[in-house]
Design a protein around this ligand. Structure first.
Ligand code: ATP
Ligand code: MG
Length: 392
């Protein structure tokens, strides 16, 4: 795992900083995940070099967060975020420090980090610097605030939600004092930007232990200050690798309020459209899907609806074949495949265009998709003239 490209890039950056006389280590999630034997996505480096010093050591750098001391260093093996050791200044609004101070001591940098498991540093030779007992807590499966938990959550309320999502990702417990502090400070979560809350929930939904995470939301009483309802029992069997399925399932559990709740979390239009489609497919599944349902939904939407019906143990008419096979065998798969256009209908009818064109075209489409009418110009013309227009 530590042989992969990201680690190699980080090692090479550390080596170059060391050669220039600085100290540099790997910190944060990558160290935690390496100890756990989990793949890490970002391998972050911390250093006692000031941002300008980091920039002078490397040919290619990008200022991605220079005010917080972060420089992106580009080396042949990849790119690495290098952050100068820092302490956070005063927190006045439960979310961001007013300012950060760069420091030369790793210990001070590790002290500002949220949990002991995230406050371990690793040298290039593989040895650890672990002032707060992070490895022991990882071993025991415990999430514990670094220092005084009350103070740490007062500084930044998002940390409470981070604790919850780590418990969903790792299946860890939250240590008693840390949990108590969460209960005491739960109301301050309302200070946090909805986008940041969403980003944590995105990660919670795809955790291997979602039930555990929602349980912690309940136990900490964070549920009382978040939009929507969360009940751990609803999530016992839920398991996905796709955060969108998490939001769609969460929406199912909100009943009629789903739209406003998801709006509170600032879901994008695309995400909301997917959720809406899944909810519609789930509703339609009660009486079994028609050809039109197979036609108008994606395979993923239908599969998701089936999965939710199973989770909720709903009484539904399941498809008899694979969704893929049914969709493949539909007479047509896309609206554009319909052989006639609105202009044909206008010509055949001798009428002026108007809303009727769209309605008639929809009727033709449904008849074709349902297999009642062939996708053939002459047959459609006959059908329109003899059956459809006559009926009107
Ligand atoms: P992930 O695997 O999701 O990236 P992570 O622990 O790496 O988890 P990041 O948001 O990438 O989380 O942050 C990197 C590190 O920065 C953390 O491990 C932690 O040491 C520190 N950190 C991040 N957010 C906070 C915070 N709100 N308060 C204190 N320290 C934090
Ligand atoms: Mg990370």
């Amino acid at each position: 795992m530590q042989n992969n490209k990201e680690w190699q890039a980080a090692y090479s950056v550390i080596e170059q900083l060391e050669n220039a006389g600085f100290e540099a280590v790997i910190v944060g999630g990558a160290v935690r995940d390496a100890i756990l034997g989990r793949p890490a996505h970002d391998v972050d480096v911390a250093t006692n070099a000031m941002p300008d010093e980091v920039k002078s050591v490397f040919n290619h750098t990008v200022d991605i967060g220079i005010q917080h001391g972060t420089v992106l260093v580009i080396v042949p093996a990849g790119s690495v975020e290098v952050t100068t050791y820092r302490t956070d200044g005063e927190y006045t609004d439960h979310r961001r420090p007013e300012e950060v101070q760069f420091v030369r001591s790793l210990k001070d940098d590790l002290q500002r980090r949220d949990f002991t498991m995230n406050a371990i540093a690793m040298r290039r030779d593989g040895s650890y610097i672990d002032f707060y007992g992070g490895r022991q807590d990882i071993e025991a499966g415990v999430i514990r605030a670094v220092g005084d938990a009350q103070k740490r959550f007062s500084e930044d309320a998002l940390r409470m939600l981070r604790a919850v999502r780590f418990s969903a990702q790792l299946g860890f417990l939250i240590e008693a004092e840390t949990l108590q502090a969460m209960q005491d400070k739960a109301d301050t979560i309302s200070w946090i930007a909805k986008e940041r809350i969403k980003a944590e929930l995105d990660k919670l939904w795809v955790g291997q232990h979602v039930f555990n995470g929602i349980k912690k939301l309940e136990e900490s009483s964070l549920v009382n200050y978040l939009s929507g309802t969360f009940q751990a029992d609803d999530w016992c069997e839920f398991n996905t690798q796709d955060k969108l399925l998490g939001w769609a399932y969460f929406a199912v559990l909100q009943g009629d309020h789903w739209r406003e709740v998801l709006g509170d979390y600032r879901l994008s239009n695309k995400e909301t459209a997917f959720v809406k489609a899944v909810l519609a497919a789930l509703k339609a599944l009660k009486n079994g899907w028609t050809n039109m349902d197979y036609f108008s939904h994606s395979q993923q939407e239908l599969e998701t609806a089936c999965y939710f019906a199973e989770l909720r143990q709903l009484d539904v008419q399941r498809p008899q074949q694979s969704i893929y096979a049914i969709q493949t065998n539909l007479p047509i798969r896309h609206k554009q495949e319909l052989i006639v256009k609105g202009t044909d209908l206008i010509k055949w009818s001798g009428k002026k265009g108007g809303p009727w064109v769209k309605e008639s075209l929809q009727a033709v489409l449904e008849a074709v998709v349902n297999g009642e009418l062939q996708n053939d110009r002459q047959q459609i013309k006959n059908w329109i003239e003899h059956d459809y227009f006559k009926k009107e």
